[in-house]
Write a protein that binds this ligand. Structure first.
Ligand SMILES: NC(=O)c1ccc[n+]([C@@H]2O[C@H](COP(=O)([O-])OP(=O)(O)OC[C@H]3O[C@@H](n4cnc5c(N)ncnc54)[C@H](OP(=O)(O)O)[C@@H]3O)[C@@H](O)[C@H]2O)c1
Length: 335
């Protein structure tokens, strides 16, 4: 009898290996309105996961054992008797906290998205690409011709942000941390400047080349990166906090003593804004459709990290790889 291998949170810890266990359970039964999906690829959101297995995501109640992971693509294995528009063998994408890091999932039919093929690329678009699109549209309010500076630009999220910004006719400054990431960004052919923060001091570079000129700072890193973006915002500039990699990875928010954030931005009428994907659920269908179509038509490149991670057990390794800042494109595990 085949089993369902799962990675579960079994206690809270800062360390994924201490916090999690691999379990085997029966393959779930489905009710009349559900679908059984065999997950083929799962996406790694190591920074979000880290807060989850520390027990620090305020809107999720984690009870042990807790299956985690958000996004998967896979194949429909069985359908409930009320299901009309999905067939066994269809490829689907699922995005739901607490579902992905397992081999099989039972999910309500209303929560699946049919896709042409269950590939790492479709997995990257939904939801990472969707986040990029929604953050630019709703929070950055990016306009044609503006200057945007993007940190972690070669990551899963960042490499979509820079392409969408270029499509809008913006001047794109991409910041990344390795030569491999520089090469990825060059291959996208959409960045006006590519800065490796290990070779160039970002604060001095921006203060020299883009002083008071950043219309949109799109930051997923925090701390020194946030400070450098904030300092150089243009009048009416928007600093989008999309992620806090430095703070989350360190585990403790850095204490700073200094004037409040408005000291830098009041006279410029600039703002600091935070993005949170799940708060824009009503716009997910539109974003998905736009991005799926851009990808199909060859207008959007989707980059998946080439390091092979295979099987439920490899999720911890893939997570540690991302936390070490090594990821180049979206990190995906093949099940
Ligand atoms: N708010 C939301 O709804 C939402 C949705 C999706 C993603 N996010 C956030 O967006 C960011 C990107 O996510 P992703 O999954 O696509 O990851 P990613 O960008 O592929 O990987 C994280 C990258 O952040 C940079 N980084 C800098 N300091 C780091 C540190 N201390 N620890 C780890 N990474 C560090 C590294 O790039 P460099 O070497 O180039 O600096 C690293 O490769 C994350 O912060 C994530 O939490 C937020």
């Amino acid at each position: 009898m085949p089993k369902n291998k799962q990675l579960v949170i079994s206690s809270f810890s800062n360390d994924i290996r201490e916090a999690t266990t691999v379990m085997e359970t029966d393959i779930p039964h489905i009710n009349a309105d559900q679908i059984l999906v065999k997950n083929k690829y799962v996406g790694i959101n190591a920074l979000y996961d880290r807060e989850l297995y520390r027990g620090r995501v305020p809107y999720i109640k984690v009870t042990f054992p807790y299956v985690f992971g958000v996004e998967a693509v896979g194949e429909v294995m069985a359908i409930g008797k009320n299901i009309k528009n999905v067939s066994v063998g269809d490829s689907v994408s699922t995005v739901k906290v607490g579902t992905a890091y397992q081999e099989y999932q039972a999910i309500d039919a209303a929560e699946i998205i049919k896709i042409p093929e269950a590939t790492p690329e479709y997995l990257t678009i939904n939801p990472t690409g969707v986040s990029a699109y929604l953050a630019l549209q709703n929070v950055a309010e990016l306009k044609a011709g503006e200057i945007i500076v993007v940190s972690a630009a070669a990551g899963g999220l960042g490499h979509i942000v820079v392409q969408l910004a270029k499509q809008k006719g913006c001047h794109v400054v991409a910041i990344c941390g390795t030569e491999q990431k520089e090469a990825l960004l060059t291959s996208l052919n959409c960045c006006n400047q590519i800065i490796n923060h290990r070779k160039t001091d970002v604060d001095s570079f921006l203060s020299t080349e883009y002083a008071n000129k950043i219309d949109v700072g799109f930051d997923s890193v925090g701390r020194h990166m946030f400070d450098a973006f904030l300092k150089n915002l243009a009048p009416l500039g928007r600093l989008v906090v999309s992620g806090l990699a430095t703070e989350i990875n360190e585990g403790v928010f850095q204490k700073v003593t200094g004037p409040r954030v408005y000291e830098r931005i009041y006279w410029k009428g600039a703002s600091v804004r935070c993005f949170m994907n799940h708060l824009y659920k009503d716009q997910h269908p539109e974003a998905r459709e736009v991005l799926f179509s851009e990808y199909r038509e060859g207008n959007l490149q989707v980059k998946v990290d080439p390091t092979p991670f295979r099987g439920i057990e490899a999720i911890t390794e893939a997570s540690e790889y991302l936390l070490a800042g090594k990821s180049c494109g979206k990190v995906v595990v093949t099940l």
